[in-house]
Design a protein around this ligand. Sequence first.
Ligand SMILES: Nc1ncnc2c1ncn2[C@@H]1O[C@H](COP(=O)(O)OP(=O)(O)OP(=O)(O)O)[C@@H](O)[C@H]1O
Ligand SMILES: [Mg+2]
Length: 254
Amino acid sequence: MKNNKPILVLNNIWKSFGGMMSLSDVSISVPRNRIKAVIGPNGAGKTTLFNIISGALNPNKGSIIFEGQPINGLPSHKRTFLGIGRTFQTVKLFKQMSVRENVMVGRHCRSSSEFFSCGLRFPKSRIEEKKIAERADAELDFVGAYDMKNQVAGSLPIGLQKTVEVARALATDPKLILLDEPAGGLNDKETERFSELIKKIQERGITVLLVEHDMRLVMNISDEIAVLNYGEKIAEGAPEAIKNNKKVIEAYLG
Ligand SMILES: Nc1ncnc2c1ncn2[C@@H]1O[C@H](COP(=O)(O)OP(=O)(O)OP(=O)(O)O)[C@@H](O)[C@H]1O
Ligand SMILES: [Mg+2]
């Protein structure tokens, strides 16, 4: 039977930093195998929301339900293991390492000997290491960066670094992938390529939650959009409805 339950549900999330409220009573649910976007002005709380989902931050109040289970308090690496992958608004690659090694780091989170570290140590078994390298190559091929696999990650232009970061997230076998401004700093052609890649990820059966300021990309590929403004959810719905929503136009689109 098809599972129609949302893959992720956030219930009444509150988060403040030193008395400044960054998220106020935000509830969002993410339907399985869809592309959902979170949009809103700078400082609206989008990245904070991603950090709360991935476990980089804990909310002051509210529950996070992934695949029907509460995951509040679980550390990031356990959430990765459950199937939550992510990329970062500011690319976080190991700049001195090769592209392939960077993607292998993602795969280490799945390999038995590296279950808890997800770090830089190489696994004990050579067979395991070979498998990890093969999987890294497959993901690099998937994102269209296979030819760069031996290059030093920090030497690549930003667009390619962002695709490598996606490959690293895919190597963790996510059920849900969080993409924080994948098109930030990219030109039109690169953005177009990224939007094709996001659709390909969805076709693989992975749910996509996306933060993005490029409205053409968001409106073209999203099934649903949630809008944050000053830490509050002010609208949620299909792209057409969001485009024409008065509150959203005033706060962000206008
Ligand atoms: N670690 C932190 N410590 C203190 N304040 C923070 C921290 N992280 C976020 N904030 C504050 O929370 C608010 C929301 O920030 P956040 O980064 O989530 O916004 P955003 O919607 O991602 O914005 P942008 O579109 O610019 O990336 C901002 O006022 C920000 O200064
Ligand atoms: Mg942000």
